[in-house]
Ligand binder design. Structure first.
Ligand code: 8X3
Length: 253
């Protein structure tokens, strides 16, 4: 367990081992936060924490005991929580052929995991006197698309938990925000969704010259959490210019 000097602002980023999470840890560290880099893959977060001068915390957000360990590592005061751990599993399968286990896993990480981490860290966020919970949702939490129901249902869940939490905390010193990214090309999202199938993973970005990258989203997150304490960026949708909507993508072949 690492104790942090009270003058240093602190942030927790879950799912910090890659993609948007790792990029967010870097941006927040650059902005002066001591970052607790939380994820399951210890080697990766140890490397990241060493790079950003933060603290690695092994954490599986779906496991209550593991989340309790994260809360213990953070201690009694926390300024920013970025609930980034999440993902899509089970490919692009129609409801008629849906895999129940993949759907359960998606609900588990995108909704229950987010709830468990938030519940465990809320007292420390309140104790800061000006806390921020920022949930990484998705444009998949705003629309429906064929073959995506397990993921879109889970990400709609993320969005509704976000809204509910903001209502419940209206008189507490904690702002509740959500960023909803559209097409972001990261090294793992598509690969995890399609179980390592690189061709399927890359198909979503075909012909798109400039999809968003993790850094674009991380920069927006760092901006959101650094607004003055009376300003809440409740929801921010961020897409590449080429993606006017989920089904309307400018592709050039
Ligand atoms: C990822 C966005 O378009 O793959 O959160 O559903 S999408």
């Amino acid at each position: 367990m690492t104790s942090t000097p009270p003058a240093t602002r602190t942030a927790v980023v879950t799912g910090a081992s890659s993609g948007i999470g790792a990029a967010t840890a870097r941006h927040l560290a650059r902005a002066g936060y001591h970052v607790f880099c939380a994820a399951r893959r210890v080697d990766r977060i140890e490397q990241l924490a060493a790079e950003v001068g933060g603290t690695p915390v092994a954490c599986d957000v779906t496991d209550e005991a593991s989340v309790a360990g994260l809360a213990a590592a953070v201690g009694g005061r926390l300024d920013v929580l970025v609930n980034n751990a999440g993902g899509a599993f089970g490919g692009a399968t129609p409801v008629a052929e849906a895999d129940s286990d993949a759907w359960r896993r998606m609900y588990d990480v995108n909704v229950i995991g987010l709830m468990q981490v938030t519940r465990a860290l809320l007292p420390a966020l309140v104790a800061s006197g000006d806390g921020v919970v920022l949930n990484v949702g998705s444009t998949a939490g705003r629309i429906a698309y064929e073959g995506g129901a397990g993921y879109t249902a889970a990400k709609h869940g993320t969005q509704v938990v976000n809204e509910t939490l903001r209502l419940e905390l209206f008189d507490q010193p904690v702002r509740v925000m959500e960023i909803a990214p559209g097409m972001v090309k990261t090294e793992e999202f598509g690969l995890v969704r399609f179980d390592g199938d690189e061709e399927k993973a890359m198909a979503a970005y075909a012909g798109v010259a400039e999809p968003l990258v993790a850094d674009d989203v991380a920069e927006a997150i760092a901006w959101m959490v650094s607004r003055p304490s009376h300003v809440s960026i409740d929801e921010l949708v961020i897409r590449p210019k080429a993606q006017a909507a989920q089904h309307k993508v400018h592709r050039v072949f």
